[in-house]
Design a protein around this ligand. Sequence first.
Ligand code: PTJ
Length: 253
Amino acid sequence: MSEIDVPESHPRYQSLLTRHRIEAGVEKGITSKQGLIAEGRGEAFDYLLGERTIASADEAARAAAALLLLAERPVLSVNGNVAALVPGEMIDLAAAVGADVEVNLFNRTDERMRAIVDHLREHGADDAGVPIKGLAADGRIPGLDHERATVDADGIGSADVVLVPLEDGDRAEALSAMGKTEIVIDLNPLSRSAQTAAVPIVDNILRAIPNITEHARELSAASDEELERIVREFDPERALAAAEDVIRSGDLD
Ligand code: PTJ
């Protein structure tokens, strides 16, 4: 038995664990109620993808690791769902690639911002030496209205590469229009966020983040030329088409 009262051998274990973490996130004031809906959408796509990391998503995770290692100012964005599902794993990834973390919310409230910053600290951000940005809220994403436009000028505002998991399409497009190189994690290969990304990872964030970290550790001694080659050889359209094929055919690639 683990975090939930279900054995890990249960065929729906991962999905039950995900639901449990999102529910706990809502109770703790970290996740928004809309986060429950987002979770349901993700779960449906994960089911269609066989609830595993398909080969094209693994390639995308490797390209993401290479991009983050090459970046001058990489930033990992954390929202209410990400904080509930993979808080410690985000810290591990940030430490592995030398990135900052920015708490950046679609439905921004001061209470939730602070609760998420505290939650990330409880999961080892300070011990790992990972800076948590977001409370400053002194930057804007051009072209978006009110709270959705808010960023930390010293975080996402000045980043060259941003990892934006479970992002809404408008913001993903606006960040890309600002010249940011975007890595998106989204189980829906048809979502605008996935379509906008330089590197779309069509996988459950529960699997994707530890996978990027593993690739980053493995590539930590690679030369810039090798990392650039991995990024160059990655084709986002091919990766999205491969995910769609898996969904349509039911065959795992
Ligand atoms: O915490 P906030 O205020 O920033 O709000 C966050 C949510 C997620 C509620 C907000 O960004 C939102 O409404 O997102 P959407 O537009 O529902 O998009 C969420 C996307 O993430 C959908 O395409 C889902 O398929 C996908 N998704 C959901 N759960 C997962 C996922 N992708 C990967 N892993 C998941 N576990």
